[in-house]
Design a protein around this ligand. Structure first.
Ligand SMILES: Cc1cc2nc3c(=O)[nH]c(=O)nc-3n(C[C@H](O)[C@H](O)[C@H](O)COP(=O)(O)OP(=O)(O)OC[C@H]3O[C@@H](n4cnc5c(N)ncnc54)[C@H](O)[C@@H]3O)c2cc1C
Length: 344
């Protein structure tokens, strides 16, 4: 699966099955090997770290294709997209149709079926704001189930699907085979996050179009993230840290320029937020890891949140580096940072 995980590790699986149709899915569910074996759903492999170079189980590779317009009103268009479509191509398609809602999520690697799993997000937007419903099939029973937006229990880089994968409390594992999105026909651009507005101004774009925003997001991403297929990574390896206000104030006393964003919840007595998000990339950078390299792996020199594989390495090397960074951030700031990537 070397080309099916963006870290580019040379991993093999005991069983591997591509699914191109609902028929393929039903056949798989009847397969005795599949029934008896631990399994993993693999889409674009851009958010997966294999824990060794052999996956002793069944890899299911959903690859159903298709995009359909379901409904159109004066203001919105409802579109169904099947799981095997490439996310960034789908975003380009919606932008080319002048539909608003996904432009800040341009160029995120991976496939459409995985987008709701971690509620992908970038530049102040999350996919939860456009997902209408998610079509799934329970790989244990073959029963289909539709989750509406509320039932998906979306939160920061999380959903019911990700929770069920990490808990594995039941045999049920929902495979997402299609996602319905509601997109807007009228302008509602979000320009206030990251460098979007500055980038537009520096390129003399005063009245940006939907296409301008998508192109800007792509240009900014290309400047700071490793190119998929050239340097192995999964983008942000760690989640941003959410800390209590007291912890934040403790850090701010030592580092007055610590970047921070308030998160939900307010301390009524003190008139301040109860918790604060601190970019984990900043913590890792301050702990001295940015640009660090050890044999085949390292920390990206343009964004410390990204761990990279330069080729010919083993998954264990990334895990060792992860552990060293976690220990070092804990020792310096007293904060436990958690991986965003799915380690399987
Ligand atoms: C350079 C780079 C930049 C990135 N930037 C961002 C970013 O800005 N924002 C962001 O949110 N993410 C980002 N990512 C992470 C990644 O692209 C997303 O999480 C993406 O949605 C993963 O899609 P995938 O198809 O590769 O999923 P995979 O990595 O194959 O799978 C991810 C998880 O979803 C499960 N899964 C996959 N498909 C299905 C399905 N059909 N049904 C049920 N479960 C499924 C898998 O079992 C696994 O647990 C980045 C990654 C890279 C390499």
């Amino acid at each position: 699966m070397h080309d099916l995980n963006t870290f580019g590790f040379d991993v093999k699986a005991k069983y591997f099955q591509e699914l191109k149709s609902m028929d393929d899915i039903h056949k798989l569910i009847e397969n005795p090997e599949f029934k008896q074996t631990h399994h993993l759903i693999l889409s674009g492999g851009s958010n997966i770290l294999f824990s060794s170079d052999f996956f002793d189980g069944f890899v299911v590779y959903p690859n159903l294709k298709g995009i359909e317009t379901l409904e159109e009103t004066d203001d919105t268009v409802k579109i169904r997209c099947y799981c095997g479509e490439i996310w960034k191509d789908f975003v380009d398609y919606t932008v080319s149709k002048n539909l608003y809602g996904l432009e800040n999520l341009a160029d995120i690697p991976g496939k459409v079926g995985a987008a709701p799993v971690q509620n992908i997000g970038a530049y102040g937007d999350e996919v939860k704001d456009t997902v209408y419903q998610v079509h799934t099939i329970d790989l244990a029973t073959g029963k289909t189930k539709v989750f509406n937006n509320k039932e998906c229990r979306f939160s920061y880089r999380n959903s019911i699907f990700k929770e069920l994968i990490s808990q594995r409390t039941t045999h049920a594992l929902y495979m997402i085979f299609a996602v319905d999105f509601v997109l807007k026909k009228h302008s509602e651009l979000k320009l206030d996050y990251g460098n979007i507005r500055n980038y537009l101004i520096s390129n003399n774009i005063t009245n940006p179009t939907l296409q301008d925003v998508a192109s800007t997001v792509k240009a900014i991403r290309a400047e700071k993230l490793p190119e998929v297929g050239v340097v192995g990574s999964v983008g942000s390896f760690f989640q941003n840290a959410i800390v209590s206000m007291d912890k934040y104030l403790e850090i701010k006393a030592l580092y007055p320029n610590v970047p921070s964003y308030p998160v939900d919840g307010r301390d009524a007595a003190r008139h301040i937020p109860t918790s604060v998000k601190i970019p984990t990339g900043w913590l890792i950078d301050r702990a001295g890891w940015k640009g660090y390299r050890e044999n085949h792996v390292g920390v990206w020199d343009k964004q410390a949140l990204v761990l990279v594989h330069y080729g010919d390495g083993k998954p264990q090397e990334i895990q060792d580096l992860m552990k060293k960074i976690q220990d070092s951030v804990k020792a310096k700031f007293g904060i436990e940072i958690k991986p965003e990537v799915n380690i399987v």
